[in-house]
Design a protein around this ligand. Structure first.
Ligand SMILES: [Zn+2]
Length: 415
């Protein structure tokens, strides 16, 4: 098990009432005892090892739902009670069932009464993929697809919410060691879906109104290969190992890595002052692939940046947000090409998040996604730098970051 898998195991065991100890990604005594207790309660051999049989019992909990075959005499209420959930959660996940005429033998989805997106663990691609699968089962109104694949073949997932005419696009984790931005968007998707399913509100805004007025496209992880590298490193057996360590100046700790797996900084790889940036690169001493700041051989040379740009070209976005860390600052302009309303909208975002509105300096002046979007479309585009400290920010900052951004993410679909 990778350290991030252990953290995920610890977190889910704690969530369902066991005591695995600190959620630190280290499989120690307490974690082993918690696994044994879980095994005893599930009629498994209590050996403390998470093998296939134990994992098979854990997986539905990680995915947040189970499949249940309706028996004679069942009601949705008694099924809900068995799973510590609500009738409403079941009817949301199974919009076609008639609660008064349950079909004996029919298989239905039963969401557990727990939230799905865990925000206290390293947020790997695998964790995100499970969350996406689970959310889709709970909230069948979510549309999930992909905009392409990463260099190593991971999906660049796209989640679509809403059906209104105002199309907006939010993305996160262009930079590998800024992965905390991915669970921010994923948690927001979960909370928004929950509010919409109940015809309720989020921060006082009716979810249904937003759904009808806007269509929100979200790519929660632009650089999944890089995120995996930062969180779990690279094993010596990997064919890329030697090259990656060399690019990383001989270091096997990849926590400073921002680039994709080919050593290209995706947010310096868009066609906005890209040639100009090449001159800056040499002044910075960047002469090829590495952990950060290398803009690649040509704009959109990477599958990830190309997919994001192609997707942007395929729609008609009124506004885009690109999530990064850190500094609690919002960048809103590019070479004065932004529309007049960009400042006013930026001021609203600054006011609801408590972040400051600023203009970038240094390498951040060139070839970023929001720069390219503003240059290409003359519409509002923002880089939101969340949190404060040294990247990768510790997951303990999640709650504050989420709190700062929840309303901003709602308003961006409406302004
Ligand atoms: Zn960044």
């Amino acid at each position: 098990m990778r350290g991030s898998d252990v953290a995920e195991l610890q977190s889910i065991l704690q969530l369902i009432g066991y005591r695995p100890g600190a959620i630190d990604g280290i499989f120690g005594n307490q974690t082993e005892e918690a696994v044994k207790a879980f095994q005893r309660n599930n009629a498994l051999t209590a050996d403390g090892i998470v093998g296939p049989a134990t994992y098979a019992k854990l997986e539905p909990i990680l995915l947040g739902y189970d499949l249940y075959t309706i028996k004679k005499g069942d009601t949705l209420f008694n099924i809900a009670q068995q799973y510590h959930t609500t009738v409403y959660a079941i009817t949301t996940a199974n919009p076609d069932i008639n609660p008064f005429f349950l079909n004996v033998g029919e298989e239905i989805i039963v969401p557990y009464g727990i939230d799905l997106v865990q925000t206290n663990i390293p947020y790997t691609y695998d964790v995100m993929e499970k969350d996406i699968r689970g959310l889709q089962m709970r909230y069948p109104f979510l549309e999930v697809s992909t905009i392409g694949q990463s260099a190593e073949g991971r999906n660049l997932y796209l989640i679509k919410l809403g059906s209104g005419p105002r199309e907006v696009f939010y993305n996160a984790s262009h930079h590998a060691n800024e992965w905390i931005t991915s669970p921010v968007l994923m948690k927001w998707v979960e909370n928004f879906s929950k509010a919409f399913a109940r015809d309720g509100t989020m921060r006082g805004y009716p979810a249904r109104t937003i759904w009808e007025q806007a269509t929100i496209y979200i790519v929660p992880m632009v650089n999944p290969d890089g995120v995996e590298l930062v969180i779990n490193g690279v094993s010596a057996e990997n064919t890329r190992y030697r090259q990656l360590v060399e690019w990383n100046n001989g270091n096997t700790d990849f926590s400073n890595w921002k680039a994709n797996i080919r050593g290209v900084d995706l947010n310096r790889n868009y066609d906005a002052s890209w040639e100009e940036y090449k001159e800056v690169e040499s002044l910075l001493g960047i002469d090829g692939p590495g952990p950060y700041l290398y803009g690649g051989p040509y704009p959109e040379s990477e599958p990830e940046s190309k997919a994001v740009a192609d997707f942007t070209r395929s729609r008609n976005f009124r506004l885009v947000l690109a999530y990064h860390t850190q500094g609690e600052v919002i960048f809103w302009n590019y070479r004065n090409l932004q529309p007049p309303e960009a400042l006013r909208i930026g001021e609203i975002f600054a006011s609801v998040s408590g972040y400051s509105l600023d203009e970038p300096v240094g390498p951040a002046l060139y070839a970023g996604y929001k720069d390219w979007f503003i240059k290409e479309y003359r519409k509002p585009g923002y880089t939101i730098e969340v949190g404060r400290g040294v990247n990768p920010l510790p997951i303990s900052q999640f709650d504050k970051i989420y709190e700062d951004n929840e309303e901003l993410l709602l308003l961006a679909a409406l302004v």
